[in-house]
Design a protein. Structure first.
Length: 107
């Protein structure tokens, strides 16, 4: 993949992310704060962006979204390969609880 292709993918991802975020915020603000891992102030800003503003922001070469699972514990729970379905469900629930706690700490 060339640099131009990567930058094009970043811009497309940015626009998709902003559109999804705005839609989630307008539909259910509290759920959006949790699912996106953003603050109330950021949600207010995103909700009020015009299409032109979103296009301009998305056109940058920096990816706007990021992984919220930045530690080995959460990744281990989410990638629990070879375990039974019951253990997989429990591991995913545990990972969700850990990420929800981190969202509360950030807020």
């Amino acid at each position: 993949m060339t640099t131009d292709q990567i930058l094009s993918e970043v811009r497309e991802t940015n626009l998709s992310y902003l559109m999804l975020a705005q839609s989630l915020i307008r539909a259910d603000r509290e759920q959006a704060l949790f699912r996106l891992g953003i603050s109330g102030d950021t949600a207010t800003l995103i909700a009020t962006l015009s299409p032109g503003q979103m296009m301009k922001i998305a056109a940058g070469n920096t990816l706007l979204c990021r992984f919220r699972m930045d530690d080995d514990i959460v990744w281990g729970l989410l990638t629990n390969h070879g375990k039974t379905a019951a253990n997989d469900t429990t591991a995913r629930l545990h990972a969700s609880i850990l990420m929800a706690g981190r969202h509360q700490e950030a807020a």
